[in-house]
Ligand binder design. Structure first.
Ligand code: HPA
Ligand code: ZN
Length: 344
């Protein structure tokens, strides 16, 4: 939200909607100011002289352009305190946008490959999650994402490292460079994760073709699809996703910044809803893509003329599509209904 502009009624409605964030890379919430502060704290050199120069580099033509900068930025994260500060800054910001529950992805391989212990990463994240619960009443859970440009053996090694914390990890995910790394490459490690009681999600159809979305359903047996935009190119697949009630975690500002769409007024969110898809709206990597979750709701509402009922449906999908226990979903759903009755 541009700081100098007054909040409109629609802004108040969007922020007030109790909502869950289901697609958020915690490393992608590293704001330039915190990146420089952590670089200083840890004696890490950054290839940019200041925050402005860094922000100016955030002009991406595709997913890989972004990933190169995103992995480089993560190098400032070295201690549990760094991961704690990163995640708590995100939770504070998300709370201000009406997020009542957040399912955050983290990429352990980005850190273990640099010699940072798995324990260092997860202990910092878990302590921030406890602080967010105490400070905001916000619940959260962890999605451990495998980097798909690495091998399935690497993913298996990560799953083995995670063993002592499996009761504090809710799901596994699949992210990084999509093209050339189809879901089938990770079928065995996802089966092992599912066997260990974890839920499964995967990025699919962001840049990859519709076959990667069906591959995520068939080979990975996912509980949610992250993005899923390109599923719209295959009407049989759209029917399958709609009939099965598959949740899509859509990220409009990410789609714009990574050139998945050419302009926000071309965003397919309303086509997804009209096709009966359980779409949600999320921020993906908010520090890199120019906005947090309410900015994403606002962007599609303005560009595609979404009604309050559409926005409430998107928020409802985020609650029912979460991995929360049924009683918490029911409690949050009742809060959403009461809010919509008063403000819809
Ligand atoms: N796509 C794939 N991998 C990612 C993304 C994304 O949008 N963000 C962080 N890792
Ligand atoms: Zn993502």
């Amino acid at each position: 939200m541009p700081g100098q502009m007054a909040m409109t009624d629609l802004d108040h409605f969007i922020i007030g909607l109790p909502k869950a964030e289901l697609h958020l890379h915690i490393e992608g919430s590293l704001e330039p100011e915190l990146m420089f502060a952590l670089a200083r704290r840890n004696g890490v050199a950054l290839p940019y002289p200041d925050v402005e120069a860094l922000r100016a580099a955030y002009a991406f033509s595709n997913l890989q352009d972004f990933l190169d900068i995103y992995y480089a930025g993560a190098a400032v994260l070295r201690t549990s305190a760094d991961f704690h500060d990163l995640a708590l800054a995100y939770f504070d910001r998300a709370a201000a946008d009406g997020v009542v529950h957040a399912e955050i992805m983290f990429d352990p391989q980005t850190h273990t490959a640099r010699g940072i212990a798995f324990a260092t990463v997860i202990e910092g994240l878990l302590s921030a999650m406890a602080a967010a619960q105490a400070r905001h009443g916000m619940t959260s859970c962890l999605i451990m994402s495998f980097l798909r440009h690495l091998t399935e053996d690497d993913a298996f090694a990560t799953l083995a490292e995670a063993q002592p914390w499996l009761d504090r990890i809710t799901a596994v995910g699949l992210d990084s460079s999509e093209l050339g790394h189809p879901p089938e490459k990770f079928a065995r490690v996802f089966a092992a994760a599912r066997g260990a009681g974890l839920k499964c999600v995967a990025h699919a159809g962001e840049e990859g073709p519709p076959a990667y979305v069906s591959g995520a359903l068939d080979a990975l047996r996912v509980d949610r699809i992250d993005h899923g935009n390109r599923a719209l190119e295959d009407s049989a697949l759209v029917e399958r996703l709609a009939a099965s009630g598959m949740v899509l975690t859509v990220c409009p500002l990410s789609n714009l910044r990574l050139c998945v769409i050419s302009a926000m007024d071309r965003h397919p969110i309303d086509r997804m809803l009209a096709a009966g898809l359980r779409a949600t709206v999320n921020s993906d990597d908010p520090a890199y893509f120019g906005g947090y979750i309410a900015d994403n709701y606002r962007a599609v509402a303005a560009a595609r003329g979404l009604s309050r009922a559409d926005l409430a449906q998107i928020a409802r999908n985020s609650l029912t599509g979460s991995f929360l226990p049924a009683d918490r979903i029911a409690e949050l759903g009742a809060r959403l209904d009461a809010f919509v009755l008063r403000h819809g």
